[in-house]
Design a binder for this molecule. Structure first.
Ligand code: DAH
Length: 369
């Protein structure tokens, strides 16, 4: 009876040895994780695993030899598990290295989320187009401040002290505190938000000697609020000072401006008007570009109210008193000045019915420009 028992032990040992060679080859040759798991199941699988078949021989192993054989089987199983785990880790390492060595992501590729390109606000587009026209005519573009002294905004422009524009109703006055002032006893600071860009006339003419030809654009502020007025809007101011400057030069420049804006042959007319800082002063109308007499549509034109003319700006010959306030010899030099609202031009240009649309910043409106 010892022979079969010894045979069984030997058969198990040989079986384990043969299996050992096979699983090592199979693990090493497994191409991916699934193949590795399949190879492991072929050895250790409870029902069909090859170890189970070897273990069937345990029946013939004598009782006293079983612990020893059992220990060998356990060591074998452990060996299979360790070999399986280390091959699994090796595969993970290989995958990671392949990933790292692969060509990198192209970070310069465009994103999937499309963020549309922004653009300048229609008021700024119009401002820039208008400034370009004057730059092409030889004017220099200069900036001026929005917070201004009463002197530069009104007094030096020859506004009489009681002029309605200086009224609380029209002008935003700025409280100016000096350090140590008690906020409850604010002095009348004589500082304001400029009501027009004409302040740049005073600033530039006080600093330079003629000849000069300047345009300036920027925000201005008034206590005004309706369909065609906003408390903040934009103006462009232009002026030229030299010897022998006449109203004819002014009309020539304004005609070139109207033609650049609305096309060749655009008619221009000057209507006498009053501004404290010019003498004579005029309002400038241009021929309505939204209707024409030939097709009879003028009778219903809302823009020119059927007059055929649209008022676009104020102008005049700079008052000698203003030149004197700026230290310019008014016997030697003369000059002209003009000023107009950028929003008004934009509204005429694009047929915008309310100035409010320009400042509500609704993307559905702004996108159209
Ligand atoms: N400053 C004037 C206004 O805001 C516009 C104006 C009129 C400017 C006549 C000028 C000018 O330079 O000559 O209403």
């Amino acid at each position: 009876m010892t022979a079969p028992a010894a045979d069984a032990v030997t058969a198990i040992e040989e079986g384990l040895a043969a299996l050992g060679t096979r699983y090592r080859d199979a693990f090493a040759g497994a191409a991916d994780e699934q193949a590795l798991r399949d190879a492991q199941a072929a050895v250790l699988g409870k029902k069909k695993g090859e170890l189970t078949r070897v273990m069937a021989l345990m029946r013939d192993v004598p009782k006293e030899a079983r612990p020893e054989v059992g220990a060998k089987v356990n060591t074998f199983k452990q060996g299979v598990q360790e070999a399986f785990q280390s091959r699994l880790q090796e595969m993970a390492r290989e995958a990671r290295n392949a990933d790292l060595n692969a060509s990198p992501f192209d970070l310069s590729l465009p994103g999937r989320l499309e963020l549309g390109r922004g653009h300048l606000h229609p008021v700024h587009q119009t401002r820039d187009d208008l400034l370009t026209i004057f730059r092409d005519l030889g004017f220099e573009v200069v900036a001026g401040p929005e917070v201004e002294t009463e002197a530069n905004n009104f007094t030096k422009l020859a506004f009489p002290p009681d002029h309605p524009a200086t009224d609380m109703q029209d002008t935003f006055w700025v409280d100016v505190l000096e350090s140590g002032d008690d906020p409850r006893s604010v002095r009348d600071g004589k500082v304001l938000l400029r009501t027009h860009t004409s302040n740049t006339q005073i600033r530039v003419m006080s600093q330079r000697t003629p000849p000069m030809a300047v345009v300036s654009a920027g925000a201005v502020y008034r206590r005004d609020d309706d369909l065609t007025h906003s408390p903040m809007f934009h103006q462009i101011e232009g002026f030229l000072v030299d010897e022998n400057v006449s109203l004819a030069h002014l009309k020539g420049v304004l005609t070139s401006f109207a033609e650049a804006l609305y096309g060749p042959g655009t008619p221009v007319r000057l209507r006498p008007s009053y501004f404290p800082f010019v003498e004579p002063g005029a309002e400038v109308d241009i021929g309505c570009v939204f209707c024409s007499e030939s097709d009879g549509s003028r009778s219903s034109c809302k823009v020119c109210k059927t007059t055929g003319w649209v008022e676009v700006l104020g102008c005049g010959m700079i008052h000698p008193e203003v030149l004197t306030h700026c230290g310019i010899d008014s016997e030697k030099y003369t000059g002209y000045a003009f000023g107009f609202g950028v929003e008004r031009i934009a509204m005429l240009r694009y047929g915008i019915p309310s100035i409010k649309l320009l400042f509500e910043n609704d993307p559905r409106f702004i996108e159209q420009f």
